[in-house]
Structure formats: structure tokens, C-alpha cells
Design a protein around this ligand. Sequence first.
Ligand SMILES: *Cc1c(COP(=O)(O)O)cnc(C)c1O
Length: 440
Amino acid sequence: MGDASSLTTFERRESEVRGYIRAFPVVFDSAKGSTLVDADGREYLDFFAGAGTLNYGHNNPVFVRALIEYLERDGIIHGLDMATSAKKAFIEAFETHVLAPRGFDYKLQFTGPTGANAVEAALKVARRATGRSNVVAFTNGFHGLSLGALAATGNSHYREFAGVSLGDVTRLPFDGYLGAGVDTLDLFEKMLDDPGSGLDLPAAVILEAVQGEGGINVASAPWLRRLRQITADRGILLILDEIQSGIGRTGSFFAFEESGIVPDIVTASKSISGSGLPMSLVLLRPEVDVWEPGAHTGTFRGNNLAFVSARAALETYWTDTAFTDGVRAKSGLLRAELQRLADARPDLGAVVRGRGLMYGFAVDSDRTLARRVSAEAFRRGLVIETSGAFDEVLKFLPALTITEDELRRGLGIVEESLDAVLAAGGSEDRTLVGASEATD
Ligand SMILES: *Cc1c(COP(=O)(O)O)cnc(C)c1O
């Protein structure tokens, strides 16, 4: 390893907070589609896609071209939240390709560029619109790490760093949390209607239709419809956090679409710009748009480069069903292959769950296995992450543009890695994972 690939600069100078660098300890240098290249020229297949930020692949040539042209004509890069032609074109494309075909009537709020920024805005406006403070969030939900969003996030690993109390959120069990036979909404409904339950009437309920960081837990369509009914009947706003599950990830633009519900508020970020440039969006039903001018401001609410690639993404992939048809076809392959991996190793008791190209291979019988397989797969040239409260879920999140060949190749690496880890035996064995010694 030459100096270009050395990690000592990061170890010397970057905060201990650094995370993914520990699981994938190389210096990445370039990327295209589903391939990452490190500073030594070694290639890695990407099954992580920036945690769902790169649904259209790395450096998608359509977006790169649009961005270069925009830069070369001196298109405005920063404009606070002033009107720009790039923003106008994005809004019009969003109306044409997302809102109109679905019959949605949402106002668009552009927040600061991170997902947490969008969640903060969504919670704030919901509290303002209802005059109530309590919010219901679910077990294993992930909504970001700024204080308001963190209060709605379940994972104690993140919560314990808050340093202040995380209030005004009531946690309830997500769909499936108490096993397949229990409809967890029975509890919610009973608590809402019982003045002795201790549950303050919430301003809003926030959830992911498919939980990403929490272990790829899928809310069923009937459960979502019942939740919509419960909330609508009582004037509780329903917020769908589509930051990870959205923008085609589950086979439709938003993951909630399959259920037919219409949320009051929707948050989008990660893949909304298409290119990986930071951008966030909050969709508000017009009655919920109770903001006053400038009441929720911020410097970076107009990332015009992001608007350029976001518009290109909508106009390239969302004018017909070819893109989502492709996602569904690859989804069938992914599910079948994962189920085959699980069935061939019954002792593991692995559970395959997910939708679209968002799948988990959950191994509760050995909660260190997924982490070890991820490390071994990286050694063999595949970037794949884990999720779940114990990191017990191997998480499949490839770019939606991945080819069937690449998908099969990556799945082959996963199978080899799984077998290598199982052959090495012992949940504490670290000999295979030298490259990830620093992983938490
Ligand atoms: C990633 C994520 C967030 C937070 O986004 P950041 O850009 O990391 O702040 C919120 N909600 C969900 C569902 C996410 O996956």
C-alpha cells in the first residue's frame, strides 16, 4: 500500500466519530454505477449505495452531463431560498412526474440539505398545525440524529449521546414487533381512547413504511391503512419518512404508495437529488402548511446543483414504468436468491424481509454473523452494510440501476463470505476480518 491508500491522516486528525471508514477501511477515489475504486485501483461492487443516497448509481452519466453543462454556463450555485430557474424547473418536473400522476396535492418545503433537517421541519410544522406537542414514533424507527429527530429515533446507541432529555415522543411497537399474530395497532387505538393510558393525544405519528436502519422491517399495507384511519379519525397528522425507502427503492416512488394511503406530511432526502448531492424536501398537505414567511429558515435550502440533477433524475427515470419494472424484476431475483441462501442453511434460522431493492437477511441466532459477513465480503470486493439494533441484519441496498449480472456477482460474494465465516466458526473469531478490526 502506497501513501495514497494510507489511512493514517484520518486516524491522526479526524474525530473518533468517524464511522463507515472503520467498516470499509480504504481510501475511495472514484466510482461509476455500482463500482467503487480505491486509491490503489482496486474495485469494489457496491451493495450499499450511500445508505440509499445513490439509487441511480454513482456518477450517473446523465446527471454528470447536466451538472457540467449547468456549471459551464455559470448557472447559479447558491441562492438561499430565492427563486432560480433550476429550482423552478425541478418543482415543475416534480409536479409533472411525481404529484400529478399520483393525484397528490402537496406543497413543497425545501429545508436544509440533510434528512434530519427535513424531519425537524416536519415535526415542527405538525406541532404548530395541531397545537400539540406529543409525537408517536415506533420501535426501531430511524429519523436522524439532531435532537428533535433523535427523540423519534429508537436506537439507544444514538440516543445515549443526546446529552439532554429527548422528550415529547411516545414510542409504540411497529408492525410485527410482537410477532406475526399481533396487530400492534390494537394497543395504539386502545391507548388513544383510554383516558387512563397516559398517552397524550399526539400531534403526529412518524414512521418509515420500510424501516432502513432499524433492520428492514416492512409495515404491511393493511397495517398502514389502519394507521391512516386511526390518525385521520382523531386529527393526528401522519408523517411518512421516505428518506431511505423513497425514490424508487421499494419499487414505487414512495414506499407508502403500495398501501394506497395519503400521508399528511412526507419527508424525502437521500436519493431525491439523484446525484448524491445533498438535498431535502418536505411535502405538506396544503392545510398543514401553516408556516409564516421565514419561520423556518436556513442558509442551504437552495442547493441548485442538486435541483439540476434531481430534475434530470425525474425526467430520465420517471416518465414511464420502465425503471420501476426493472426494480421489480431485480427484486424478484434478490428475494429468491436470499431465500435460497437461508433455506440451504436452516440452522441459522435466517429471515429474509424487504421490498424492491431494500432487503434484509436477519440472523437472530448469532448477532455477530452479519457484521462478520460484511467484513469478509469487503475483503472479497463487495461493500455491504448491516442494520438492526444489534447489527444482526445483513442489508442489501444496491443501486436501482445495478445490472442483473452485478447483482448475481455480489450475491455470489455474499454466499462465499457467509460460508467462509461459518467455516471459520466461533462468533468471536476475527481472523477473517483483519481489515475491519476497528469496526464497532
Ligand atoms: C438517513 C435517514 C434520516 C436522516 O438523514 P440524514 O441526512 O442522515 O440526516 C432520516 N430518516 C431516515 C429514514 C433515514 O434513513
